[in-house]
Design a protein around this ligand. Structure first.
Ligand SMILES: [Zn+2]
Length: 205
């Protein structure tokens, strides 16, 4: 067992992956060896929605990050409109393309032709959580540490996902997982739009 790292600037992907596997295993009462990065959370490990929530809370505590409160499909439909992503209950080609770009670790090609929102959630694997944790640790590391009120160097709280100014007491929450992942989603959608604009009709956003 290695000790918890207190250095937010040093992100070790292998260590993050192992801790995510440990948390998934603990949550599902499995041995860590049974939890592989490629393991499908629902179909292979048997995770239910409540288990996923449980894992999200444990990952927040472990890494002091704000895990997203929405899932990928909620974020996509909120931003792009469900009518652009699903027609008659079936995920559109555009929806599949966005999913593939936003979740490169998943096998989007395996979605059945008449896939629905539930099928999308069944794509999630352990690596999906690893990717999200690494992304949120990166966002935390890049967050400006200068206090917006007095200019002193803020410090990360030991107990809450926030920064605290030692000089004036200002508290600034970490960037939320929803915001970070939504920005990433918009970025991949813009890339898709640019590549498609020559030959395809692009849904208005
Ligand atoms: Zn301050």
């Amino acid at each position: 067992m290695d000790a918890a790292s207190n250095q937010p600037s040093s992100i070790d992907p292998a260590e993050v992956e192992y801790k995510v596997r440990q948390i998934v295993a603990q949550s599902l009462d499995l041995e860590v060896e049974q939890v592989k990065p490629s393991s499908l959370l629902a179909d292979e490990l048997g995770a239910q929605s409540l288990d996923l929530l449980d894992m999200a809370f444990m990952l927040e505590r472990e890494f002091k990050i704000q895990f997203p409160r929405t899932d990928i499909w909620e974020r996509m439909t909120d931003y792009f409109g469900e009518e652009n992503l699903m027609v008659d209950g079936v995920v559109t080609d555009y929806g599949r393309e966005l999913l593939g770009r936003a979740m490169p670790e998943t096998d989007v090609a395996s979605l059945r032709p008449n896939a629905n929102a539930q099928d999308v959630m069944r794509l999630l694997n352990v690596e999906t959580f690893v990717r999200i944790v690494l992304r949120l640790l990166e966002a935390k590391a890049q967050f400006p540490r200068e206090c917006p009120d007095c200019g002193a160097q803020m410090q990360e709280s030991d107990v809450m996902p926030e920064f605290v100014c030692p000089q004036c007491g200002k508290i600034v929450p970490l960037p939320s997982g929803d915001d970070v992942l939504m920005q990433d989603l918009v970025t991949v959608a813009d890339a898709a739009k640019t590549e498609r604009s020559d030959t395809h009709e692009v849904p208005a956003s």
